[in-house]
Design a protein around this ligand. Structure first.
Ligand code: ATP
Length: 441
């Protein structure tokens, strides 16, 4: 389904459309298993606008592609395809030489302030460094450094000029990094986990400082974090990323009050709640993030999603995961039947890699001494024992055919971002072609 431009897109400072960033996979065991391709799709078709003056949070688990996306906006990693427009100027495909003048307008703050600063360089020199690179010299540098330090709360500034990073606390170091990043008058700051390495007590202070600087310097932020609690505090809008894609984007208050995507719901449910009346086990998104070199078909979240249904992209490896769980291979002690029966079951399969063929129709061969009917019988038993497992919603037919059990899956459809009235969500549960929204509970 085509996606409409976001409201307010006409005032966008940054307009990202269909952005892909891929990393080459080194040759090695993983490359052999994943077969062909050999790429990691770190950012896999992302579109969004960043409006002037707003704070957009990019939230997701480790490996979801947040940092890669942030770096791509600044040209620090090359886009494989798609478009990034900054105030109307296309950045994708720009040479480093043509990118350089724009860098003063587009700056980054990294997670680790200690690693961002040269331990041998004093504060005055570090903060003034970008000015010197851009040809500013003499007293102007000192005046502007003093002004930048005062702005970030390192006051009186002259006390800090000759200090080295080792003389400063974590919070003070991050203030120095922010002073250095803002001294050239940028329009956009990409802040990649800027407070996650700081003590709890200083996190809120640094975020408050960043909000004050937004007002004073007309900044726009892309705030990258895995921490929903700070995103709630700091961001006007949030974009939830999963395996290289944005799965939900909307106003922070609306997303937190009424999360739509099952992944967003799982992430929010996993935030620790310290109120005693709400104590108890938290739901965390079940399972691991899949390998970005071989993302699941259809909706990438479907293998972990309790609501996944026919169009979400079930495939052979989902069925293999179900069988392995049944046989207790993923977690000892969780097998569905007696160990001997289940060992006998698994021995009926010639090669479990038959399940990994990337197709809507897979052929599962019996092991020597077994028949395709044995294999089919095992699959049917697994279905009878756990009929509510989501994977069965995606199995269209199972039959014996030409000495193998053949499993046919429902066709996978990639979910695009859909308007829900509040947030935009990439989930088939909100697509009237497939299901009414009431299904989500
Ligand atoms: N330089 C690189 N070469 C190859 N793969 C990379 C490189 N950088 C990141 N990746 C891979 O790209 C994917 C996205 O990584 P990225 O660091 O952008 O995610 P992230 O959400 O920022 O995670 P984290 O919070 O851990 O930094 C991951 O699968 C990661 O392993």
């Amino acid at each position: 389904m085509p996606t409409k431009p976001e409201q307010g897109a006409e005032q966008a400072l940054i307009d990202v459309s269909g952005l892909h960033v891929r990393y080459a996979l080194r040759r090695g065991p993983l490359a052999r298993i994943t077969g062909g391709g050999g790429v990691i799709r770190a950012v896999d078709g992302v579109s969004f606008q960043l409006r002037r003056g707003e704070v957009l949070g990019l939230v997701g688990e480790s490996g979801s592609g947040k940092s890669t996306l942030g770096r791509a906006l600044l040209g620090l990693v090359p886009a494989s395809s798609g478009s990034i427009r900054y105030a109307g100027t296309e950045l994708v495909g720009r040479s480093e030489r043509r990118m350089r003048p724009l860098r003063r307008r587009l700056q980054m703050v990294f997670q680790d302030p200690h690693a961002s600063l040269n331990p041998a360089m004093d504060v005055g020199t570090a903060v003034g460094h970008p000015l010197r690179i851009h040809g500013v010299a003499g007293k102007d540098v000192r005046d502007r450094v003093v002004e930048a330090l005062e702005l970030v709360g390192l006051s009186p500034a002259h006390r800090y000029l000759s200090l080295r990073p080792g003389d400063l606390s974590g919070g003070q170091k991050q203030r120095v990094v922010i002073a250095r990043a803002t001294i050239l008058g940028p329009e956009l700051l990409v802040a990649d986990e800027p407070v996650s390495m700081l003590d709890m007590s200083v996190r809120a202070k640094i975020l408050r400082l960043m909000l004050d600087l937004r007002q004073q310097l007309n900044l726009t932020y892309l705030y990258i974090t895995h921490d929903l609690a700070t995103a709630k505090l700091f961001c006007d809008r949030v974009a939830i990323m999963y395996l290289g894609r944005i799965v939900e984007i909307g106003r922070t208050d609306e997303v937190f009050a009424d999360p739509k995507h099952p992944y967003t719901r799982a992430l929010l449910a996993a935030i620790p709640d310290l109120r005693p009346e709400h104590a108890g086990p938290r739901d965390v998104p079940a399972g691991e993030i899949p390998d970005a070199a071989r993302p699941p078909a259809g909706c990438s979240y479907h293998p972990r999603c309790p609501h996944a249904f026919a169009p979400c992209g079930f495939e052979g490896r989902d069925l293999r995961a179900l069988l392995e769980a049944r046989w207790g291979r993923d977690e000892p002690g969780t097998a569905a039947g007696s160990t001997a029966d289940l060992a006998a079951e698994s021995a009926r399969f010639a090669d479990l890699d038959d399940f990994l063929v990337h197709s809507e129709r897979i052929r599962i061969r019996p092991a020597r001494g077994h028949t395709a009917a044995d294999v089919l019988q095992t699959l049917s038993a697994a279905r009878t024992d756990a009929p509510d497992e989501p994977v069965w919603r995606g199995v269209r037919a199972m039959a014996v055919e030409d000495h193998a059990a053949v499993v046919e899956f429902e066709p996978a459809t990639d979910p695009g971002l859909l308007d829900t009235g509040t947030a935009r969500v990439a989930c088939h549960l909100f697509d009237p072609r497939f299901a009414p929204a009431e299904q989500v509970s």
